[in-house]
Ligand binder design. Structure first.
Ligand code: ZN
Length: 182
């Protein structure tokens, strides 16, 4: 049986897009690249930060992606018809939920096993937080993990954070690819 390829779209949400409460400048530029990649995959999975109004997470961050608000919605440019599975994370009052594998509406690990996924292609926001955490977990769980370098963007609170995160993912066994090579 052939193993499936899945696209894991991390936190492509309004609050992380330009104009959002934690807006990332390049947040819209990666959207068409991600839409194009959907056709090359067997499965499309999204993650969303889905925080309660009162979360200890907001001691570290401006308030963002509160469940059921406009800011928590997926970027309207994303082709949402092709999403096979949505996952929600950071849903508890003490839950940072940086990794897609911390999702609480389903177990992402079990879902990937049921679907016979062998490779994960990780795209979205942000390189230095949730992309990083999701990719490191995926590697640890033994998936062929590809980080698509032109379909991610960094917060870069400190200059170079994004580059450092890429280096860390690479050293952990993630493969760095460009969308044109997929
Ligand atoms: Zn968050």
């Amino acid at each position: 049986m052939t193993m499936k390829k899945a696209l894991l779209i991390v936190d492509l949400q309004n609050d992380f897009s330009p104009g959002g409460s934690l807006g990332i400048k390049e947040g819209n530029q990666i959207v068409p690249i991600i839409n194009d990649l959907m056709d090359k995959m067997d499965l499309v999975i999204t993650t969303q930060d889905w925080h309660p109004e009162n979360s200890t997470h907001f001691e570290n961050w401006p308030v963002h992606c509160v469940a059921n608000t406009e800011g928590a919605k997926l970027n309207p440019g994303l082709n949402q018809e092709k999403i096979d599975q949505r996952t929600l994370k950071g849903t508890g009052s003490d839950d940072h939920g940086y990794s897609g594998f911390d999702a609480t509406n389903i177990s992402l690990k079990e879902y990937l096993e049921e679907q016979n996924v062998g490779s994960l292609y990780i795209v979205g926001l942000a390189t230095d937080y949730c992309v990083r955490a999701s990719a490191l977990d995926a590697c640890k769980l033994g998936y062929h993990t590809y980080v698509v370098t032109d379909a991610i963007a960094a917060v870069d609170l400190k200059e170079g954070d994004g580059r450092k995160a890429l280096d860390e993912m690479y050293k952990a066994g993630c493969l760095l690819v460009e969308s044109k090579d997929i």
